[in-house]
Every structure is written in C-alpha cells, then in structure tokens.
Design a protein around this ligand. Structure first.
Ligand SMILES: Nc1ncnc2c1ncn2[C@@H]1O[C@H](COP(=O)(O)OP(=O)(O)O)[C@@H](O)[C@H]1O
Ligand SMILES: [Mg+2]
Length: 360
C-alpha cells in the first residue's frame, strides 16, 4: 500500500529492516565512530570521581536535546537551577532539569534491569512530569511548521503501538550480527516512527540512544552530547527520518547517525580532557593557596561536580557544618576560584573556569 503522510502509518514494518543494512559505506563509518566512542570511554575513566562527569555533561545534553523541541534555557540558568529553590526556576529550565533526571533514572535502572517498554514509559513520565500512557486513538501528526503540511502520521491504536515497541526492545536486546551502533541508529528511527506518546517522543528517543550505548557497554557512564550534532543538523535529522519512511533510505539515515556519534564522541572527549586538566591545575593551585584546614580532595571534587554550589552543597557532601562550610566557599572566592552571586536571600558560588570549559 502506498504511503500517505496524513493517514496513520499502521503498516510501519517491524525490525530488523528488510533491506541490506551493512553496506560498505555504513561499515566504514561504523568503524571510525566506534573508535571515537572507545576513546571517549577511555577518557571518562581518567577522572577519579565519575560524578563530576555524570552531573555536568548530561546537563548539557539535556539542554541541547530539549532545544531541539524549542524548550530553551541558558546554560547558566540551568546550572544555577540545580542549586536554587524550585520556585525561583522558570518552567522551561525545570523541564530541561527533568530531562537530566530521566536520563539519570534510566542509567540507574540499567544497573539492575535491561531497557524495556515499562522503562520507556517511566522515562517519558519523568520528562513530562505526569503519568503518561501509550497513545491510543489520539490524533497525533508531525507537521512541517514552515510549509503547514502534514509530514507524517504515526501508527494509531494502543495494541499496535505496544506490539511495535516490544518488537523494538527485542531487536535491541537480542544479540545478533549487527553492530551495536548500527542497532542504535535503527532503533532511533523506529522509535520516532512509532511515536508512542502524545508528546515527549523526541526527547525520550534521544535518552534511549544514550542508554542503549551504556547497555551495550560502549559507554560506562551516560556522557555523550549526541543532541549537539542533531541540533546543528536539525533539518537534515528530520529529512533523514522521513526518507526512511518514504524511500526506505536506511543507508542515508545510518550514515547520518554514525556521523553524529563520531563527531559528538570526539567533541565530548575534548570536553572530558579539558575538565580533567582543569581539575588537576585547580587542585595544585588550591593546595598551595588555601589554608591547610580548608583544602581537601573532596572539596575539589565538589566544586567540579556542579558549576554552582551553595553552602548547603558543602554540608550535604558531609564536608563541614554551616559556619565552616561558608568559610570554605569564601576562601575559594578569595583566591579567585569561585565567584559569589546572589539568588534571593542566598549566596550561590559560581565556578567560572568550569563553566567556560563546559560551554566552549
Ligand atoms: N518525519 C518524521 N518521522 C518520524 N519522526 C519524526 C519526524 N520528524 C520529526 N520526528 C521526531 O519527532 C520528534 C518530536 O516529537 P515530540 O513528541 O514533539 O517530541 P518532544 O516532545 O520531545 O518534542 C523530533 O524530535 C523527531 O525525533
Ligand atoms: Mg514536543
């Protein structure tokens, strides 16, 4: 049956795709992308305290992935929001924070169970801050906003969506001949084509990408700014998704996604190395310039875990009681590592060098 963009695509084929996938071009790209990813994994292991990366980098990914959906905040607002009173944080920034919460939730879940349909629903529920369920008869369409034209209408009916999702999860988890990176790209198309929710599909799908890499042990922690490439090539991203539907152009899609993995793996590696280097130089400097009673390795790790900290962060980390904690931060301000900044009646301490490295 011919494909019609304004009728539910109930004939969406299950996985695996029935066309040759591992073409020479795809395999070549897959090799270089895998290599770049392995370097990122190795760089991540350089940092003794993984929570440094696990906090800061996924927050960036959350920002960019949300931006693809026109949910916009600034990096600064986002990092501040982590330590601010929720009432002071604007709704869009809160939404981006929920993206990170969902990514983190998924990552923690993988320690004890594999990706499954329930986990996917949980991720979308966290993102949307609501108990969401799979679509049933709701009329959901994907429009080209500029041309005011329906580009795609996903399959309709809960039963159909459930069976397509089970097929997707089976494909992802069943070991086979296909490379994990190629599987990830295939699954991302399929997830977006199923479009199982009324909203939140793009973001849930991009969280799944990162989780699939962790599950395949291609990453040990959820750090990869995949959405950076996607947002820089947003029109192509949409066009390539649609070309799989209309022309079964899997090769074009796979090459796009593999390039995304490769380029963002390189970029993320450079960020991780820069954080590592800054951590080392800052530690040396603080050890020299801070009074002995103030300096500790744990304090260094704390100011690298969040680009903004407050007195309560020091207390929560178990480093000191209130008065001493406040003294620690003032000492760090005195030697110019942190900068004090007001937030209502509270003082936040900003770490400009770390912010610089994260946004470079
Ligand atoms: N032609 C298409 N076919 C399938 N999926 C698409 C197409 N165009 C865009 N998408 C996906 O749909 C997502 C938007 O869906 P939506 O449910 O609004 O997600 P979110 O709420 O996270 O924005 C895009 O980010 C993209 O992943
Ligand atoms: Mg949306």
């Amino acid at each position: 049956m011919a494909y019609r963009s304004n009728e539910p695509y109930n004939e969406l084929p299950g996985l695996p795709p029935r066309v040759p996938i591992e073409t020479t071009r795809v395999m070549r790209r897959c090799v270089t992308a895998s290599r770049a990813l392995a370097e990122l994994k190795g760089a991540g292991n350089l940092l003794p305290n993984q929570s440094i990366l696990i906090n800061a980098i996924p927050l960036q990914e959350a920002k960019l992935s949300s931006e693809i959906e026109n949910i916009v905040t600034t990096q600064d607002r986002l990092f501040r929001a982590v330590v601010e009173e929720p009432g002071r944080v604007d709704p869009q920034t809160r939404e981006v924070l929920r993206y990170r919460t969902a990514l983190r939730y998924g990552f923690d879940a993988l320690q004890s169970r594999p990706i499954d349909v329930d986990l996917i629903i949980e991720l979308c529920s966290i993102l949307r801050n609501d108990q969401v369920s799979l679509r049933d008869q709701e009329p959901v369409i994907i429009e080209d906003a500029n041309a005011h034209r329906v580009v795609y209408t996903p399959p309709r009916g809960r039963q159909l969506i459930v069976s397509l999702l089970h097929n997707l999860v089976d494909f992802l988890l069943t070991p086979g001949d296909l490379d994990s990176l190629i599987k990830l790209a295939i699954v991302h198309y399929q997830f977006e084509a199923i479009h199982p929710f009324v909203d939140g599909n793009g973001r849930t799908g991009r969280i799944l990408n990162i989780l699939a890499l962790v599950q395949a042990q291609l990453l040990s922690i959820p750090v990869l700014y995949l959405s950076r490439y996607i947002i820089q090539n947003k029109q192509e991203y949409y066009r390539r998704l649609q070309a799989v539907t209309e022309e079964q152009d899997w090769e074009g899609w796979l090459l796009f996604m593999l390039a995304a993995v490769e380029e963002t793996a390189r970029w993320t590696t450079s960020r991780v190395l820069a954080i590592h280097e800054l951590f080392e130089t800052t530690t040396v400097r603080c050890r020299q310039e801070l009074p002995r009673r103030v300096y500790s390795k744990e304090l260094m790790e704390l100011i690298f875990t969040q680009p903004y900290v407050r007195i309560q962060s020091v207390i929560d980390a178990g480093l000191a009681k209130r008065d001493t904690a406040s003294n620690y931060l003032r000492e760090l301000e005195r030697i110019g590592v942190l900068q004090a900044e007001k937030s209502g009646r509270e003082v936040l301490y900003r770490h400009p060098a770390l912010l610089g490295v994260l946004s470079a």
